[in-house]
Unconditional design. Structure first.
Lengths: 507, 497
């Protein structure tokens, strides 16, 4: 039993804020907006305090807290962070306040409910990253679903109800099977130990897994259940079909969080739970997952290439980019894993920014057809420059953060399987192709009839919109030039994961 | 020891006196709802206290006047179930008056009939003899038929009641026939003695005669009717849709949990030695029940009917817990009891919201009635969302922990039960679709007709507050109830693996 600390604070601060906002008058949306922003900024500050207090050279779980919850089954409220958790927590808090700020203009309807949903969503996301108990993790994992379901379903586009139900059902199928696997894992441990003590404790189970407790058929099946849950979330080919719908229909801020954080839950789940608990099965499954990752990378790129809709294009590019994450994880190699983690952070920043940019143009044109946007550069020069910047970051231009993550992943892949590495590298050309081609059609050329018809409605970015993009742009440059900042932070996580799957670090 | 027996029977005596008192007060002050409700709620509170005082943690059996009779038993399982029944009835009584008054239906008789039904369920929970068991069963279901047809002038109510009555009586007859076989082939109706005789068969000392097998089959069929397990569920949707909404809420919970009490007493305590024979049937029933219940619920446009099919699905989940118990998992019974409590609160809450929305005469329970509810009546909408999420099994709610518990037991039992656990989870995902569909209507659709917000009585709000708090609390801090259900399950007969 420990006293509540920073982790509990950062997790439940948004919940407290949501409760407070519930008591604000809904007739004063501006007050609600600033209150929500204030809460999100406060959570962000707490996460930054944690970042400052985090000792990267100490590979153990830090800021750990633990209290018994349901002692009968050894279920605990156990939270704490390692480097990867902390990085993702900071990513979450950052993107949340940016998203809330970006919603000031577009969301005019039911502002109070929206802000409450967003803050509860933040609780779930942070909770997943800090939970050290499988049961607690599952609670937070499911908690994410409900607010996102409402955000897409209430404030989304025309087809929002179809999209949001598809999103929930896909995710639910995966996670319910994962629940069975979680229980089976706890049971296997309980049978071996003869008591329920610590049966859901991730660290204890990981240690038991290292001793081979979850090997064999059981591990194979349980890993399969975890894999399904995480693969749907990432999403990996062929479980990705909910993603384009959800992204296209979600409001801008919803897309930002979806791409920026929700997809990372899957990658994080692989690294934190699936690999350490079932190392043997992970090796068995790895070839299939690598192949699926490669297919996802190629498929996402090809489908993105032909998308007429700007938002769908960015959505499919996510499928492709997240393929690098799973690829990097399942080559079981130091650089690959570093690349995967870096790619998770970068994809959150870059794709988050791209969705913000799509939202900005949609606010003005109420259309996302790329073909109609020709010559935008002459009307919105600052916007186009910003778009260009994040496009280049997404393509992987050296010096910007996207490059390092993909490079490290490819490096790791080449060491393990030159063929897979070659395929993945080849696809990067595609990525450059569809992104740059899109940008060319959008920013350059003759002013389209559609745009000239809109006339003076097309104004350049407002300061508040720029304000949402500047921090992301700054981080993209900083991580591009000094990837060591992130790599140092996650070194402990890389080491722990490699140890868990039986590969010596530094090799 | 007659004094001792009177103490053991005190809950049932108080319960019957209470029903009589309600009728008496209605006779003295006809048509006045406040005194009747005051007597009912005060009496139920007293009854709860009596139950808790009688059951002090150890098992007792009645001794009878001349020589041992062993007809009633009071153990922690009895106490748990009886308290649960009292809570269910208390909540129903709290929810009903608003709805009944609007339609000119008498409140006092409603309360009295409910208390009679509750007495039946309490008798089931405390029976140590098959005849007492049957007596309790009939006392529980007969008032149920009356309640289903309580809205006399409504054709649907009458239709549902007749279907319910015909199929219910039919199944009671089958059940009784099964009991006759058991009596004929074991020579006793005492539960402990039947158990001992059957144990000889299970140990190989005697053979399982075809007659006994027949008896088992009849009993199973009769019980399957009562809990509305597929393929014996056909009466449910009509009875549920036709009944006045507060009655539907009660029917979906009270008689169902009562029938599960019967299952525990009958299949666990009496037929336990033959677990290997009946458990395969329970497993098949569980799989069929939840799958079909959910699939049909998907296509429903009427919310009461949808929740009717969903309650069939929940029967399936509870049967999974019982099947795990049949495999020797004490956890399974604990899970079943926890699920029963969780299901009672969330389902009663959901029906209370429907009743509140339908307060005005002529409002249907179609999905479209719920369009835009969150704007019209935000508090009701949020509560309904919570109950639906709990029914779906989303944490941190009571429904989630109930499902978790049942699955825990099934996974632990291993073998085919693990398959059943996976099937349960897939079913939960299917169920999410129709529960969320209602959420979609409430949150994401505009109201089709202008309906002003209704005023709801204080009792309704109080009852909703209780169900809401319990639905959340049992999910967040299930520990308290866990201790209780463990104690209760420990009192039941342990089945061999």
């Amino acid at each position: 039993m420990t006293t509540p600390g920073l982790v509990t604070l950062v997790t439940f601060l948004p919940l407290l804020g949501a409760v407070l906002i519930a008591f604000l008058p809904s007739g004063r949306p501006q007050l609600v907006r600033y209150a929500a922003l204030g809460v999100a900024l406060a959570a962000w500050v707490v996460s930054l305090v944690m970042l400052v207090g985090f000792v990267a050279s100490d590979y153990s779980i830090q800021f750990a807290e633990s209290a018994p919850w349901i002692p009968m089954f050894g279920i605990k409220y156990a939270v704490g962070v390692d480097g990867l958790s902390l990085a993702l927590v900071v990513l979450t808090t950052t993107l949340t306040w940016i998203s809330i700020l970006a919603s000031f203009g577009p969301i005019q309807n039911r502002v109070k409910e929206y802000m409450i949903s967003f803050l509860i969503l933040e609780v779930g996301m942070i909770g997943v990253f800090v939970a050290r108990d499988l049961f607690l993790f599952y609670i937070f994992w499911e908690l994410v679903l409900v607010p996102m379901y409402l955000i897409i379903g209430i404030w989304g586009g025309k087809n929002r109800i179809y999209a949001t139900i598809k999103f929930v059902l896909y995710t639910l199928v995966g996670s319910l099977l994962m629940l069975v696997a979680i229980l089976a894992t706890a049971f296997t441990y309980q049978h071996a130990q003869g008591s329920w003590a610590d049966a859901f404790d991730v660290a204890v189970l990981t240690k038991a897994a290292a001793g081979g407790m979850f090997n064999g058929t059981f591990g194979f099946l349980a890993f399969g259940a975890f894999f399904l849950a995480f693969a749907i979330k990432v999403p990996m080919f062929p479980f990705h079909t909910w993603l384009p719908d959800a992204h296209v229909e979600a409001p801008t801020a919803g897309s930002v969080i979806l791409a920026g954080v929700l997809l990372k839950l899957g990658g994080y789940g692989f690294i934190r739970f699936a690999l350490p608990l079932f190392p043997e099965a992970a090796h068995t499954w790895a070839p299939l997952i690598i192949v699926l990752s490669l297919i996802g990378i190629i498929y996402g790129a090809i489908v993105a290439l032909v998308q007429p809709d700007l938002k769908k294009l960015v959505a499919y590019s996510s499928v492709s980019h997240m393929g690098f994450v799973t690829l990097g994880i399942f080559v079981f190699q130091e650089q690959g894993l570093q690349g995967a983690m870096l790619q998770m952070i970068n994809h959150g920043l870059i794709t988050g920014a791209l969705f913000l940019l799509v939202g900005i143009i949609y606010e003005r044109m109420h259309d996302r057809t790329i073909a109609k946007m020709g010559g935008l550069g002459s009307r919105m020069p600052v916007y186009s420059a910003a778009f260009g910047f994040f496009i280049f970051a997404s393509v992987g231009l050296p010096g910007l953060s996207g490059f390092v993550g993909e490079f490290l992943t490819l490096l790791g892949t080449f060491v393990v399987s030159p063929a897979a590495g070659a395929v993945a590298t080849f696809v990067m050309i595609f990525a450059a192709g569809y992104l740059l081609w899109m940008f060319q059609r959008l920013a350059f050329g003759e002013l389209s009839e559609f745009l000239s018809g809109l006339g003076s409605h097309i104004t350049d970015m407002k300061p508040i919109e720029a304000l949402t993009l500047v921090p992301l742009g700054a981080l993209v440059v900083i991580f591009g030039l000094f990837p060591g900042l992130v790599l140092n932070l996650v070194a402990g996580s890389v080491d722990a994961t490699l140890r868990a799957v039986g590969v010596a670090a530094g090799g | 020891m007659i004094a001792n027996d009177a103490v053991l029977l005190a809950p049932i005596i108080v319960s019957i006196l209470l029903a009589a008192a309600i009728l008496a007060i209605d006779f003295a002050l006809p048509g006045r709802k406040v005194p009747a409700l005051a007597v009912t709620i005060g009496g139920l509170t007293l009854l709860g206290a009596v139950i808790l005082l009688t059951g002090n943690g150890t098992a007792f059996e009645t001794q009878g006047l001349d020589g041992p009779v062993h007809a009633y038993v009071v153990d922690p399982l009895t106490t748990f179930l009886q308290v649960l029944f009292v809570v269910i009835v208390a909540l129903t009584v709290v929810f009903a008056p608003d709805y009944l008054e609007e339609r000119g239906l008498p409140v006092a008789e409603f309360a009295a009939v409910l208390v009679f039904a509750m007495t039946g369920a309490m008798v089931i929970a405390s029976s140590a003899d098959l005849l007492v068991l049957f007596l309790g069963l009939e006392l529980m279901v007969l008032p149920g038929y009356m309640l289903a047809g309580y809205h006399k002038t409504d054709g649907y109510s009458t239709e549902g009641a007749i279907k319910y009555f015909l199929l219910g009586s039919f199944s009671s007859a089958i059940f009784l026939f099964g009991l006759a076989f058991i009596w004929g082939l074991t020579g006793t109706t005492n539960i402990a003695e039947v158990y001992a005789k059957l144990n000889e068969i299970a140990n190989g000392a005697a053979a399982l005669s075809p007659g006994l097998g027949m008896g088992l089959a009849f009993l199973m069929t009769g019980v399957a009717f009562k809990i509305a397990a597929v393929p014996f569920h056909y009466w449910t949707p009509d009875a549920y849709q036709g009944s006045p909404t507060p009655v539907t809420g009660y029917l979906s919970v009270g008689p169902k949990i009562g029938a599960f009490a019967l299952i525990i007493r009958l299949f666990g305590d009496t037929l336990g030695p033959l677990a290997a024979d009946w458990n395969i049937v329970i497993m098949v029933l569980a799989a069929l029940t939840m799958t079909l219940g959910n699939l049909v619920a998907l296509t429903q446009d009427n919310v009461k009917r949808m929740l009717g099919y969903s309650s069939i699905a929940h029967t399936g989940y509870m049967l999974v817990g019982f099947a795990a118990y049949g495999q020797g998992q004490q956890l399974g019974l604990e899970g079943l009891l926890f699920y029963a409590a969780a299901y009672s609160f969330m389902n009663l809450g959901a029906f209370a919201v429907i009743a509140a929305v339908q307060k005005r005469r002529g409002v249907t329970s179609n999905l479209s009635t719920f369009a835009g509810l969150i704007r019209r009546e935000p508090v009701l909408g949020i509560m309904m969302t919570l109950f639906l999420l709990s029914l779906t099994g989303i944490p941190p709610t009571a429904g989630f922990f109930g499902k978790f518990y049942v699955i825990l037991a099934a996974v632990n039992a291993g073998g085919w039960l693990t398959v059943l656990a996976v099937l349960t989870m897939l079913n939960a995902a299917v169920a999410a679709f129709y529960y969320l569909r209602l959420v979609v209507y409430m949150w994401m659709r505009e109201p089709q007709t202008e309906m002003p917000a209704l005023r709801h009585g204080r009792l309704v709000w109080a009852g909703l507050a209780v169900t809401t708090v319990l639905t959340i609390a049992l999910g967040l801090v299930p520990g308290v109830l866990l201790d209780i259900v463990q104690g209760a399950a420990a009192a039941a007969t342990k089945l061999g693996g």
